[in-house]
Design a binder for this molecule. Structure first.
Ligand code: SF4
Ligand code: SF4
Length: 69
């Protein structure tokens, strides 16, 4: 899953990672820290590579989605 380290996000700008996600799993209310819908997430890890706020737990480590193993 992808977790959000809210404390690292200054929450003062539109999150540029929203259009990076190929399945639209990232959303943001105003300039708040984004959220990830892990039911939609396919573990492509583009968000993880884009910003340190996004952290993978058992999702990106093998370069693929462990749910597909
Ligand atoms: S998650 Fe990262 S890129 Fe997105 S708003 Fe926060 S600091 Fe900016
Ligand atoms: S890992 Fe990929 S699919 Fe999952 S939230 Fe991040 S960009 Fe979207």
């Amino acid at each position: 899953m992808i977790v959000i380290r809210k404390e690292l996000c200054p929450q003062n700008h539109a999150c540029p990672t929203l259009p990076v996600c190929p399945v639209g799993a990232i959303s943001q209310q105003g300039f708040s820290a984004p959220t990830v819908d892990n039911d939609k997430c396919i573990c492509c890890c583009k968000c993880v590579k884009s910003c340190a706020v996004f952290v993978s737990i058992g999702c990106c480590e093998n370069g693929r989605d462990p749910r597909l193993a």
